[in-house]
Design a protein around this ligand. Structure first.
Ligand code: ADP
Ligand code: MG
Length: 310
């Protein structure tokens, strides 16, 4: 049972606000989830729903305006000690969505990949660092000679491998992969996914895997959380979520998954989600466990209706 596994990350009532005063915009409203060691936790929702904001808040790139983030039981949002900050920088890494814009164009690949080591492993000599860069490039299926070249010489898939090498070189325990294959050609998406999965097997890495649709997510995630406009609306084991989705927004995402055959694609019925279907005037929605380990944001009457229909 997942609940008996070791908790790595816990997000409690997380709120993230951009701007302040009258311009304040709450991009994440009240996010709650736990990530267990060694699992792939999927976070899915349409563009602008707050996925990257959550990832960046956990990474401490963005300040939080409410709630708490725990890593190995220690609170890591807000003010933390220097020692904990160092630990978090080493153990939590991010892989970015767009390999075209996330690499420093003026730096050589070797510098980009090895940069993190200067912070995390100041004990290493330049030669030892070069050796680690060499190995990191090999690990992600690139030639060590690439270290002396510049990012613009590489394809999208190769650039994403460079980004992965940069994250892996510091031997992180937890990686936030923010739509790591969305910007890549179809033909190389599977390669990059396989690489990430291989690294997880080999090194026991835990992933927060962010995507905007469920088509790939359902196969790579152990559990999935669905986010809509800053609210997490549903969370369950991947198989459970796909086969017993209860929230209408999750159902609409599921109905949009491309079908394997043209015939089934033509017969597909798209469900459109209209948030005005919820009447929360009398009762605010609550986070409820409607099936075992399956949480949904809903009112009491919705809980009753959705369970009956499913
Ligand atoms: P996602 O990753 O799911 O596409 P984001 O987390 O990037 O969504 O954005 C969530 C919301 O926050 C969006 O409405 C976006 O416009 C807004 N947002 C993102 N970054 C900023 C920013 N730096 N300043 C103001 N609003 C932002
Ligand atoms: Mg994003």
């Amino acid at each position: 049972m997942a609940d008996e596994r070791e908790v790595l990350v816990e997000v409690k009532n997380l709120e993230v606000t951009y701007g302040s005063g009258r311009k304040a915009y709450k991009a994440v409203k009240n996010a709650n989830f736990t990530i267990y060691k060694g699992e792939t936790f999927g976070l899915v929702g349409e563009s602008g729903s707050g996925k990257t904001t959550i990832g960046r808040a956990i990474m401490r790139i963005l300040p939080t305006s409410g709630g708490e983030v725990f890593y190995k039981g220690q609170k890591i949002n807000g003010k933390i000690s220097h020692a904990l900050d160092k630990q978090v920088i080493k153990e939590i890494q991010m892989i970015f969505q767009d390999p075209q814009s996330s690499l420093n164009e003026r730096a050589k690949v070797g510098y980009i990949v090895g940069e993190g080591l200067m912070n995390v492993r100041p004990d290493l000599s330049a030669a030892e660092r070069d050796e680690k860069v060499r190995q990191a490039l090999l690990d992600v299926g690139l030639l060590p000679e690439f270290a002396s070249r510049f990012p613009h010489e590489f394809s999208g898939g190769q650039r994403q491998r460079i980004g992965i090498a940069r994250a892996l070189i510091v031997e992180p325990e937890f990686i936030i992969a923010d739509e790591p294959i969305s910007a890549l050609d179809m033909s190389i998406r599977a390669q990059v996914l396989n690489l990430l999965r291989h690294m997880q097997k080999e090194r026991g890495i835990t992933y927060l895997f962010i995507a905007h649709d469920l088509s790939v997510m359902r196969y790579i995630s152990d559990r999935i959380a669905v986010i809509h406009k800053g609210d997490i609306v549903e969370l369950a084991d991947a198989e459970e979520l796909v086969t017993h989705a209860l929230h209408p927004y999750t159902r609409s995402l599921l109905s949009a998954i491309p079908m394997p055959s043209p015939r089934r694609e033509r017969q597909k019925k798209l469900l459109v989600y209209d948030p005005s279907m919820h009447d929360y005037s009398a009762e605010a929605p609550q986070w409820r466990e409607l099936r075992p380990r399956h949480w949904v944001l809903c009112s009491a009457s919705e809980a009753e209706d959705w369970c009956r229909e499913s």
